[in-house]
Design a binder for this molecule. Structure first.
Ligand SMILES: NC(=O)c1ccc[n+]([C@@H]2O[C@H](COP(=O)([O-])OP(=O)(O)OC[C@H]3O[C@@H](n4cnc5c(N)ncnc54)[C@H](O)[C@@H]3O)[C@@H](O)[C@H]2O)c1
Length: 258
């Protein structure tokens, strides 16, 4: 049990990577507050945390709204007393040709993936400063490190997450807070089902073809399952990662090698 007695908060926890992280943290002994706009799916995540004998709390939050973010942090602290580990994971994507991207596309994606990550990290960091330390783990993407033809705004938003991770790591180190990021490659979630459908529609490909082409570029020959990401998440949340800060870790089957 690497996380026995720890208190964690995960955003974007209603499904996909966030849900897998919440369950993996519980398996390692953490109590986990789970937050998302999709409150209809959130209770299932909370139930799966509780199946491991841990406490959970399902919190409806839109990470783009500062007042809701403040309430998410306050409710977690009211229920569990502190936040040792925060996964800043909520995110959205849209596939579009660069020439067709609208101002609204830019604002919508940046609001969740960049501003939302900032608002949540700041609110949680203030709590962690008060309690004397903690671990913040943001979800970036390998899209932050390379050009992406049909999701330029998404890639820019994830580059913002990488940048924030570095700056926050510097600002918060004196308070005993480490800040790192996950950079998944292709992960089999509803988000990738959307990428496949939107790319197929945009480029006139049969459904499934964008997915097949993407898999051919992965040296390990398969997409990640959410649990592949969650295992690295557990490591970053554990004391094994105490000397790691400001890092963005690729979890991508070897797609980008450093
Ligand atoms: N799936 C991939 O291939 C992949 C690759 C790299 C990075 N990521 C990142 O991983 C994270 C999780 O992605 P996923 O694949 O599990 O996607 P997903 O769509 O299955 O889950 C994302 C979750 O975020 C929630 N969310 C969206 N907007 C929100 C908001 N305003 N407030 C609160 N919650 C909100 C959604 O309701 C959803 O539950 C995202 O940040 C995504 O960008 C995914």
């Amino acid at each position: 049990m690497q996380l026995a007695g720890k208190i964690a908060l995960v955003t974007g926890a209603a499904r996909g990577i966030g849900r897998a992280i919440a369950v993996a943290l519980a398996q390692e002994g953490a109590d986990v507050a789970v937050a998302d706009v999709r409150t209809d799916l959130l209770e299932e995540t909370a139930a799966r945390v509780q199946e491991h004998g841990r406490r959970s709390l399902a919190l409806g939050v839109d990470v783009t709204r500062k007042a809701e973010v403040a309430q998410m942090v306050a409710q977690t602290v009211a229920a569990f007393g502190r936040i040792d580990v925060f996964f800043n994971n909520a995110g959205i994507i849209k596939i579009h040709d660069f020439l067709d991207i609208t101002e609204e596309d830019w604002d919508t994606i940046m609001a969740v993936n960049a501003k939302g990550v900032f608002l949540c990290a700041q609110a949680v960091a203030r709590q962690m400063v008060r309690q004397g330390g903690g671990k913040i783990i943001n979800t970036a993407s390998i899209a932050a490190r390379q050009g992406v033809p049909d999701s330029a705004v998404y890639a820019a938003s994830k580059a913002a997450v990488m940048s924030l991770t570095r700056s926050m790591a510097l600002s918060l180190a004196p308070h005993g807070i480490t800040v790192n990021a996950l950079a998944p490659g292709m992960v089999d979630t509803d988000m990738w089902a959307l990428i496949d459908a939107q790319t197929a529609a945009l480029r006139g490909l049969p459904p499934g073809e964008p997915r097949a082409r993407r898999i051919r570029r992965i040296p390990l020959g398969r997409p990640a399952q959410p649990e592949d990401i969650a295992r690295v998440a557990v490591f970053l949340a554990s004391s094994s990662a105490d000397y790691l800060t400001g890092q963005t870790l690729n979890i991508d089957g070897g797609t980008i090698m450093s």
